[in-house]
Design a protein around this ligand. Structure first.
Ligand SMILES: [Zn+2]
Length: 423
């Protein structure tokens, strides 16, 4: 089926850190999940022959609404079970993340609930979360394992992530193995690395369940030597390297990410200047995850402190259960003075540089040949895309050319979008 979107407002073709390439209205032809044509307003409509039913084209008049690329969430912990919302009160009473973990909370508590959940239950949870993400404009998700820690459960989590990829109108999903998320109870760091190298990594590779390895590289979790050992072994097997670094303390994670050629090193709240420079020189992306410090009452870091490329992601996890990239971006826009265009680049073209799709399609921009993932705003200007925290700015989202309509459950057609121009 083909679709022509017409009578648009702004159409953002591509946002980069320095520029937003925008047409003031455009006709878009979408077919087979791909953008097939982009023309000045009225061009495609005038070519369309309404009498030729065999063309099977759906016309969608968006009545002046802005259109921007689908958003890419390049760091999530999508699949886990349990509820840790009571930890907010513990943090507010003065307990640190480490204190809470030492008292049976934190990651280990989620691990316990996740190990107890069936694969079917986890799949249902993950699909529900993916449908929430798409309601906030996310069309591609990087999903990490890491709440199983034992081999059986880690493989289960990766299988659940794989089951969503490309399903219906859910976002596409790529899978990262985060077996080194925490040290399981009863094991030392050395025991854990041995288990990951001898048992878990070979199983992940044999089943082809991940394209990348991630490590929680932080003093008190996995140190520099242990992280390097696991990441080098993973890289030698063809997996990309993604990392959690220096979230609570500067443990040298940024320098390690640079020396290993990681695709991205995320959090980086405490990374020092030398580490930031080394990452820029090595082409390592910095993944800012502002939702997490916001939820934990920690100061945000100004994204301009990255010296090279950087992205924004949700870090959806039990402590920060938000899948809204417009919300994450708004934190940096409204608290750090980031421009809405820079923020949009961070969740589209920049995020596309650090992610891959299993279908191989280009994403993060609206261009001929790219995947037809895009968002339709409520207003005619793109600029308010991250200006309504707590409320999705998007009236509709298209995933692989199919419309996911959020308002009233209406079936997409030419008369779905109420006229906002007063015509
Ligand atoms: Zn994370």
């Amino acid at each position: 089926m083909q679709t022509i979107l017409h009578t648009t407002g702004d159409v953002v073709l591509r946002a980069t850190p320095t520029d937003v390439e925008c047409m003031k209205g455009a006709d878009l032809l979408l077919a087979d999940g791909i953008v097939q044509g982009i023309e000045e307003p009225g061009v495609l409509i005038s070519e369309w022959d309404a009498t030729d039913a065999s063309k099977n084209i759906t016309l969608v008049n968006v009545h002046g609404r802005a259109v921007i690329p689908g958003l890419i969430d390049a760091h999530t912990h999508l699949v886990w079970d349990g509820d840790r919302s009571d930890e907010v009160a513990l943090r507010n009473a003065g307990m640190s993340y480490q204190d809470i973990a030492n008292h049976g909370g934190g990651i280990q508590r989620t691990v316990h609930a996740t190990r107890s959940a069936s694969e079917e239950r986890l799949a249902a949870i993950a699909m529900q979360r993916a449908s929430v993400a798409v309601r906030h404009g996310t069309t591609h998700i990087e999903a990490k394992s890491g709440y199983g820690l034992d081999t059986e459960t880690e493989l289960k989590l990766l299988r659940v992530g794989a089951s969503i990829d490309g399903a219906g109108t859910l976002p596409s999903v790529q899978h990262t193995w985060l077996g080194a998320h925490a040290i399981p109870h009863g094991l030392t760091e050395r025991d854990t690395i041995d288990m990951l190298l001898d048992e878990q990594l070979p199983a992940v590779l044999a089943q082809g369940l991940a394209t990348a390895t991630d490590v929680f590289c932080e003093p008190g979790w996995f140190g520099i030597e242990a992280s390097e050992e696991l990441l080098r072994a993973s890289k030698n097997e063809g997996l990309e390297i993604r990392m959690h670094v220096d979230e609570f303390q500067d443990g040298g994670g940024a320098e390690l990410a640079a020396s290993l050629g990681a695709v991205t090193a995320d959090h980086a709240l405490k990374s020092n200047d030398e580490g930031m420079n080394a990452m820029a020189e090595a082409g390592v992306n910095v993944g800012w995850l502002p939702g997490t410090p916001h939820m934990m009452g920690i100061d945000l870091r100004d994204p301009s402190e990255a010296r090279g490329a950087w992205t924004i992601a949700s870090d959806f996890n039990p402590n920060c259960p938000s899948l809204s990239l417009p919300f994450a971006a708004s934190l940096l826009v409204h608290k750090c003075g980031l421009g809405p265009g820079e923020a949009l680049a961070a969740v589209t073209t920049s995020a596309a540089q650090t992610t891959t799709r299993s279908d191989g399609l280009r994403q993060g921009s609206i261009e001929v040949g790219a995947v037809a993932d895009l968002n339709i705003l409520r207003s005619g200007s793109w600029i308010g895309w991250c200006n309504s925290p707590g409320h999705s700015p998007f009236e509709a989202t298209m995933v692989r050319g199919t419309m996911v309509h959020h308002e009233n459950g209406l079936t997409p057609s030419s008369n779905v979008f109420p006229n906002i121009r007063g015509e």
